[in-house]
Ligand binder design. Structure first.
Ligand code: FAD
Length: 286
């Protein structure tokens, strides 16, 4: 499990995949994962539809990573649409497939949920499910949590967000993974703030390379991440030249990663959006 790897290694490399919509997409993803296996990432995480819409596919992909690729799989789970019974069923399912790592998340409001339903959800925060996951697992497992170097969008303040993070960690988080960011300076300040609170949990820095203009714009809108001038200038310079933009985006990501590793971050978690060539390039060049 990831906890054991953390005891032996100081700088993990991992990446995230998401469940494709179609069966053909699933087959393609299995091919991609098989091709990426020789790069031996420390773990691969698999996202979960906020309302549980992808739960079967998330479990199938995580099981493929663990049992076919023989790599550590980190299965995401969101609690926003679960109660204790349904969450326990899902947890038992992934544990029975041999998965020993869970990323416990609250999730955002699913499209088919009203504001009232969201407000009266059974579990309020990710920290509500973390102790339950440990308890229900009935064995030692790794539980990871999310964190936000640029502050979670719903937090009333940076201080409140950091306090909530500390509480979450105290509930049993073994590993933190950040929201994507492009500005390392912001991450360094966040990292220092977390450590100043006495939280020593390893942190994996989330890196998403820019590969297309439209993808970049969507990412910025959804994550609200700050963009350093250097990256913005490159996106503008190569906006009509997709190949050069991709090259510049990958180089920027590699530079970001190198600086973060020099800083001493415990892990790099890539968000290559299931793209085989992007994953390969980064895993080969890190
Ligand atoms: P929480 O930790 O519960 O925090 C949510 C908000 O509540 C924050 O503003 C926090 O400051 C506040 N808060 C927390 N605890 C307390 C407390 N005790 N008292 C007061 N305030 C508190 N979404 C998906 O749907 N599927 C995925 O697979 C997925 N994967 C993700 C992976 C990563 C690495 C990250 C960073 C995010 C991911 N998300 C995913 C998005 C995530 O679900 C959303 O960002 C969601 O809004 C917050 O989830 P969380 O677990 O961080 O929430």
């Amino acid at each position: 499990m990831i906890k054991d790897i953390l005891k032996q290694k100081k700088n993990l490399i991992s990446f995230e995949v998401f469940p494709p919509k179609t069966e053909e997409g699933m087959e393609q993803l299995f091919d991609t994962l098989t091709d990426l296996k020789p790069y031996a990432p420390d773990f691969i995480s698999v996202t979960y539809g906020a309302g549980g819409s992808t739960s079967k596919k998330t479990a199938d992909i995580a099981a493929f990573i663990k049992n076919e690729c023989k790599l550590e799989a980190l299965a995401h789970v969101t609690c926003v649409a679960h109660d204790e019974a349904s969450l326990q069923v899902y947890l038992n399912e992934i544990l029975s497939l041999g998965i020993e790592n869970v990323l416990a998340l609250r999730g955002d409001k699913p499209k088919d949920m009203t504001e009232e339903q969201f407000a009266s959800r059974y579990f309020t925060y990710a920290s509500d499910i973390i102790p339950l996951i440990h308890k229900w697992a009935k064995k030692d497992i790794t539980v990871a949590g999310a964190c936000y170097p640029e502050v979670h969008t719903e937090a009333v303040s940076k201080e409140a967000d950091l306090e909530a993070l500390k509480k979450k960690v105290e509930c049993g988080v073994d590993l933190l993974i950040t929201q994507l960011f492009y500005d390392n300076e912001i991450f360094y300040r966040f990292y220092e703030d977390v450590r100043k609170m006495g939280v020593e949990t390893p942190i994996c820095a989330g890196i998403m390379p820019v590969t297309t203009v439209s993808g970049f714009k969507n990412t910025i809108t959804m994550s609200g991440s700050s963009v350093p001038k250097e990256l913005l200038q490159q996106v503008e310079k190569y906006s009509e030249n997709p190949e050069d933009l991709k090259k510049a985006g990958l180089e920027f990501a590699l530079k970001q990663i190198q600086q973060l590793r020099n800083f001493g971050v415990e892990g790099i978690h890539l968000y290559p959006l299931n793209k085989k060539d992007v994953s390969k390039y980064l895993l080969e060049n890190i």
